[in-house]
Design a protein around this ligand. Structure first.
Ligand code: HEC
Ligand code: HEC
Ligand code: HEC
Ligand code: HEC
Ligand code: HEC
Ligand code: HEC
Ligand code: HEC
Ligand code: HEC
Ligand code: HEC
Length: 369
């Protein structure tokens, strides 16, 4: 092959390449030149911005098709440029594809699947939650993404922090009401206190498990200890941070630790924190309604020690290390015993040693005589 031939070949190759490039660009350009998302939204809202637009589903339910601009403006998705088509990816013009859902719930259950595309971690997590289990068992009220977050008005779910309990209260109204009265809930409601537990601190969010299993029960002291053994945090509220360490040394605490280590799946009744304090209705110790207030303590013990007499609560030594400020009498008794007992012991030892010396000396003397 001559160099001329080679040059000619190169020339045709370049020409062919340019054609291929131009040809493919002609397909790519319409896609890249798609109207910006804002335009799609405007287009969809020409109809869906109408408050009266609705459709009747086969079940007879009327579904409003109005999508409020105000909701969209406040949605976290709008601010990152996620518009109608990102979620409704089978709809781009009118008429829309036919739908076959009988009622509103079926439609929701089908449409929420779109959240998986971008939030697959939370989607996966929620699949083995207690909520998913009851949904599988046929309970249509079990929550899906949109029940808790909405679809067109998705907000940051923990701002303000009390929004979390509001979210759960749609379906767990009684528990949320009790919680709001509790020492934890009241602090949250009053000033959005970031130190107290909210529903999701104890239950998790997307992977909520059944809290009435033996495993959950034996892990509970550590759940509370996460905050109540934190000296810096408890200092802020003038509360003892020894409750956990002393509980661990108590009869109940040792019992529960053994079960946790050896038989976590076997239910055991030894008292955990919530048996004495309540769960969603935990109150301050001074509150007359507290389960551990003097007036109610005996009844609380009697849940499990039914034959306990009036003196039974004396067995309760409290959650606090003995100290001069809190329990001066016990403090001095302890001080007395802790110095008197070794003193007596030393006296005995010295006495025995002296006896031995004396006996030895006596024997040596007798032998010498
Ligand atoms: C010309 C008016 C019009 C426009 C534009 C329009 N829609 Fe609709 N849309 C309707 C009507 C009417 C219905 C009721 C059901 C039907 O007729 O298909 C509906 C129903 C819906 C539904 C619920 C039922 C279904 O089919 O899934 C969704 C979701 C929806 N539209 C999304 C969109 C999106 C996204 C856009 C923009 C890409 C859009 N629509 C643009 C008129 C319109
Ligand atoms: C973040 C995802 C997402 C975006 C963005 C989104 N939708 Fe939806 N849309 C949904 C989901 C999920 C549903 C089902 C809602 C339910 O369960 O009630 C839905 C339902 C609808 C319905 C049926 C009526 C209803 O409210 O249930 C219409 C109409 C609709 N969307 C139109 C739109 C239009 C128009 C836009 C853009 C302006 C848009 N959507 C943007 C996820 C989205
Ligand atoms: C096209 C991708 C996409 C889809 C579909 C989508 N999201 Fe999002 N979502 C995002 C992005 C991006 C953000 C903002 C970034 C972030 O904070 O993670 C976000 C933020 C959120 C947040 C707020 C997170 C925070 O910490 O403030 C929630 C809640 C949320 N999405 C729920 C949903 C739900 C529910 C659906 C289904 C109806 C959905 N998303 C569908 C992409 C998507
Ligand atoms: C039972 C109510 C509930 C359901 C169902 C639910 N969420 Fe959440 N989600 C919450 C709450 C409450 C928070 C805030 C939790 C917190 O801050 O402790 C949250 C946080 C989030 C966040 C931000 C924090 C993070 O984990 O990234 C995203 C994103 C989110 N959810 C998406 C989803 C998606 C997608 C689904 C469906 C697969 C879903 N959620 C189902 C209640 C729910
Ligand atoms: C849309 C309704 C709905 C919402 C919102 C909801 N739940 Fe539930 N939840 C249910 C249903 C239904 C069950 C199953 C109840 C049953 O089987 O008796 C359930 C069960 C539970 C259980 C298991 C115990 C039990 O009674 O079976 C826990 C724990 C729980 N939910 C916590 C939460 C928390 C925390 C939130 C807020 C982040 C929340 N739920 C939001 C409907 C909801
Ligand atoms: C301090 C930790 C803690 C907080 C905060 C908390 N829970 Fe619980 N929750 C528990 C424990 C522990 C149990 C198991 C109680 C039992 O043995 O019956 C439980 C049980 C439950 C149950 C199932 C049993 C029942 O009584 O129906 C639901 C539902 C529930 N919680 C929802 C909530 C909701 C909603 C909130 C927020 C208002 C919340 N929880 C806040 C610890 C907590
Ligand atoms: C996220 C941290 C946190 C968790 C988890 C937590 N608490 Fe608390 N708890 C607090 C804070 C902070 C206070 C003080 C609130 C105040 O006084 O406003 C408090 C107050 C209390 C009080 C009232 C003390 C008094 O006499 O004033 C009791 C009792 C209590 N918690 C028991 C529990 C039990 C039992 C658990 C576990 C089921 C638990 N807490 C889980 C943070 C927590
Ligand atoms: C949730 C149930 C429960 C509650 C509430 C409870 N206990 Fe117990 N307690 C037990 C169990 C179970 C044992 C272990 C019995 C065994 O191991 O034989 C136990 C053991 C004891 C023991 C040591 C052994 C014995 O049986 O005499 C004392 C003392 C005791 N509890 C005192 C109390 C006091 C005081 C209260 C109230 C402040 C209380 N308990 C509340 C379940 C409970
Ligand atoms: C057998 C019943 C019982 C159990 C179990 C129990 N408590 Fe208590 N708790 C009480 C009583 C009674 C008081 C009030 C008297 C006192 O302070 O000793 C109290 C007081 C408290 C206080 C207030 C302390 C203060 O400084 O005023 C906190 C916080 C507390 N408990 C948390 C816990 C935690 C966390 C657990 C589990 C690790 C737990 N309790 C287990 C009975 C119990």
């Amino acid at each position: 092959m001559t160099t001329r031939n080679l040059r000619q070949q190169k020339f045709w190759l370049i020409v062919a390449g340019a054609f291929v490039l131009l040809f493919s660009l002609s397909f790519v350009s319409p896609v890249t030149a798609q109207p910006p998302a804002q335009e799609t939204e405007k287009y969809c809202l020409t109809c869906h911005g109408d408050e009266t637009l609705s459709m009747t589903l086969p079940s007879g339910e009327v579904l409003s098709l109005y999508v409020a601009q105000d909701d969209l403006n406040h949605s976290v998705h709008s601010t990152v440029g996620i518009e109608c088509e990102a979620c409704h990816n089978n709809i781009s013009t009118y008429p829309h594809p036919k739908i076959e859902y009988q009622n509103k719930r079926e439609l929701s259950l089908a449409y929420y699947q779109t959240c998986e595309k971008c939030h697959s971690t939370n989607y996966e997590k929620s699949k083995d939650s207690m909520h998913a289990q009851v949904a599988e068992a046929g309970n249509l009220n079990a929550p899906i993404c949109t029940d808790c977050h909405g679809a067109h008005n998705v907000r940051t779910p923990n701002e303000p922090r009390s929004l979390i309990s509001e979210t759960c209260s749609q379906c767990h109204m009684e528990i949320v009401d009790a919680y709001k009265q509790s020492v934890h809930g009241a602090a949250l409601m009053k000033d959005e206190n970031p130190d107290v537990p909210v529903c999701t601190t104890c239950h998790g969010v997307h992977n909520i498990q059944d809290p009435r299993t033996s495993q959950f029960r034996v892990a509970e002291p550590e759940l509370c200890a996460g905050c109540h053994a934190d000296a810096k945090l408890m200092d802020k509220y003038g509360l003892s941070a020894d409750v956990y360490s002393i509980y661990k040394r108590s009869w109940h605490g040792v019992d529960v630790s053994v079960y946790k280590a050896k038989w976590p799946t076997i239910w055991h009744d030894s008292a955990v924190c919530a048996d004495c304090h309540g769960v969603h209705d935990i109150r301050s110790t001074d509150d007359p309604d507290s389960k551990v207030n003097h007036a109610n303590l005996l009844n609380t013990c009697r849940q499990c020690h039914p034959s306990a007499g009036p003196n039974w609560t004396d067995a309760w030594t409290g959650h606090n290390e003995i100290s001069l400020e809190r329990t001066p009498f016990l403090y001095y008794v302890e001080q007395f015993y802790s110095s008197f007992a070794p003193f007596v012991l030393w006296v005995c030892i010295i006495y025995v040693i002296l006896q031995i010396i004396r006996a030895t000396v006596d024997r040596v003397r007798r032998n010498l005589q």
